[in-house]
Write a protein that binds this ligand. Sequence first.
Ligand code: HEM
Length: 220
Amino acid sequence: MRSSFGLICAAALMGIAPGCQAADTASYKDAETGFTFSQYNAQYTIGRSITYRIAVPSPVPANSAYDVVLQVVAPNEVAWAGLAWGGSMIANPLTVAWSNSPNVVVSSRYATQHAAPSAYADASYELFKPGTHVNSTHWQYTVKCTGCTSYNTATGSRRILNPSGANRLAFAYSGTRPANPSSNVSSISVHDVYNYWSHDFSIAGNPDFSSLMVRNLGHA
Ligand code: HEM
């Protein structure tokens, strides 16, 4: 199945299919890392979701690039999970990750067409030890990203995601394992499902972002 869940959500709204969730974010305080996240449960099949949590510094000076903390929780059947920061597959930073038990591999990607995305050097990632686990049901990672919230658009202009409002994001899910799971440049096969949502960054602010970074990474 290679479809958008939008159709199913439309069906749910019309009362002919169960299980569609409102495109909505909620606040989540993570006791393990101490960050406050704005979270969205991205449904990839009826009743099963990948959780995307985003934490940002607060305040962010106007028109400035800023780091972000991303935490993703996925059931073990999720072979790779991707986040498109600009809300589409093409011309924006893609964060792709998969379980390589007991580790999680995070891969920075970018696509110029609807084909396998390449490695992307303009975003860099630092995985947290706290908040990154694999257990018998789920895999989870928490990562700092520099370069995820600003990028050059397809037309060449610089875009910065709104640190204090809603941003349209997209996710992609695949049930097919990467060819070489221990490598972050492994080839991956096409998604089974993708969809979009509006992620509210206004409830993702952390005034103590730097000190939480020190607590989790050992440096700001
Ligand atoms: C081998 C890897 C990939 C291939 C071959 C691939 C291919 C495609 C193709 C052919 C489409 C067009 C629509 C369709 O036919 O369903 C599409 C759409 C899409 N893909 Fe991928 N894709 C890959 C990886 C990714 C990743 C890693 C992400 C996100 C992190 C992603 C996000 C999307 C989204 C959001 C769409 C909807 C159209 C758009 O927003 O551009 N894809 N992809």
